[in-house]
Design a binder for this molecule. Structure first.
Ligand SMILES: Cc1ncc(COP(=O)(O)O)c(C=O)c1O
Length: 402
């Protein structure tokens, strides 16, 4: 049956199978050298740690892990996440925490409780595709504000805030190893941002799944969340995830926000999935309480730094003049800007034919249009394939030069 034969809701009718979906499907072909997936490398996932944790759980805890749980989360995990946030100088004063089914759910639930159709969510341009989809699914307009290499551009943000006024409900940012742009905010830009938001009603959603994945210790100070900085007059909802620091299949994230907001999130979450999987919450709780995370993250930092280095060297070697890219200090992504006339979809077709894939820029454009850019993820491509894959992408770009 075609879509027209069902009486779908307006929001479901707004969900379109797009060119992006088609390309993502193609990019999933395992015979390709793929820079498309924003996922950890399979070989880096901590199966041995999980085996040991599960094997050592007392029978009673194993049963509790198989049971329904509280909507706000498994109490031992909540306690561990609070300790972790305290280590990042995030105060729980007046704040509460909810465990979510991935950071994706934290974003979705906030969108659900704050946005009505016709409201605006202001985002960076480009922005994370999953967040854009969540905001749009509630009928919100996604309003993109450009970035430079220090973060969102403040005068243009102020313009958008003034234009949308009370209808601008959420400012969604990924300040640390941005997906897709690869950048990290400067300390200065974070301060300017907090000043710009002081006294405004808009909620700042600070999404931080990659902050732990800095390549060099010297850059750690850049990963200090705004949630831990003085922010009088600014409401910050801070989202985190276990996807990149434990494993995405656990489907666990969290949201730390003022108690009144978390209360509403709980009500919203109850109707979605009642609770996040207690099974994986029990594993994550032990992962933190047994202090397994620091050493594990060290291995990730080293592995991703190596992969990023290979990718950056290959880009330098193979990319034609007129192509620019960001140089990440951590995270998973390099963002490539093509000559303005070039269309990333055409580059994709040429690269795909020769065995490599990436995600086209328009997937990350809040307006879904701008396509003179593309995202390369170095996180899950085998090290010995990266150089070859980049050469294919570079040749595809060369073939589109006019
Ligand atoms: C910026 C950003 N936020 C949120 C998520 C979703 O994370 P999770 O897997 O915890 O739902 C991702 C996943 O790629 C992401 O890149």
């Amino acid at each position: 049956m075609s879509e027209h034969e069902y009486n779908f809701s307006a929001s479901a009718r707004g969900m379109r199978a797009s060119e992006i979906r088609r390309i993502m499907k193609l990019a999933g072909d395992p015979s390709l050298i793929s820079f498309a997936g924003g996922a950890p490398a399979l070989s880096l996932l901590p199966a041995d740690i999980v085996d040991a944790i599960y094997g050592a759980l007392p029978e009673q805890v194993k049963r509790i892990a198989m049971q329904y749980g509280a909507t706000d989360g498994y109490p031992p995990l909540i306690a561990e996440i609070k300790k972790y946030l305290a280590s990042k100088n995030i105060s729980m004063d007046g704040q509460e925490l909810i465990v979510t089914t991935g950071a994706q759910q934290a974003i979705n639930v906030l969108a659900k409780i704050f946005t009505d159709p016709g409201d605006a969510v202001i985002t960076e341009s480009p922005s994370f595709i999953g967040a854009l989809a969540a905001f749009k699914s509630y009928g919100a307009e996604t309003v993109g504000v450009p970035m430079d290499d220090e973060g969102i551009i403040i005068p243009q943000l102020l313009e958008a805030l003034d234009k949308w006024g009370k209808k601008a409900k959420i400012l969604y940012l990924t300040p640390y190893f941005h997906n897709p742009a690869g950048i990290i905010y400067s300390v200065n830009r974070k301060r300017q941002l907090l000043d710009a938001l002081a006294g405004r009603e808009i909620i700042l959603l600070e999404d931080d799944p990659y902050g732990e994945l800095y390549f060099d210790d010297a850059d750690k100070p850049l990963t200090v969340p705004m949630k831990s900085m003085p922010h009088p007059g600014v409401t910050i909802c801070y989202a985190g995830s276990f996807a990149k620091i434990f494993s995405p299949g656990m489907r666990l994230g969290w949201l730390c926000a003022p108690a009144g907001i978390i209360d509403k999130c709980q009500l919203a979450k109850q109707s979605i999935d009642a609770c996040s999987p207690v099974f994986t919450q029990a594993l994550a709780s032990e992962f933190l309480s047994q202090n397994k995370m620091p050493a594990y993250i060290e291995t990730l930092r080293a592995a991703y730094k190596r992969r990023a280095g290979i990718m950056l060297d290959s880009l330098k070697q193979h990319m034609p003049a007129g192509v620019n890219w960001t140089v990440p200090k951590g995270g998973f992504y390099v963002w490539v800007t093509l000559p303005e006339y070039m269309n990333a979809s055409e580059v994709f077709e040429a690269a795909y034919k020769n065995g490599a894939a990436f995600v086209i820029g328009s997937a990350f454009d809040p307006a879904g249009v701008k396509n003179d850019c593309l995202r390369l993820a170095f996180s899950s491509t085998p090290e010995d394939k990266i150089a070859q894959g980049i050469e294919i992408v570079a040749n595809a770009i060369k073939s589109c030069i006019k």
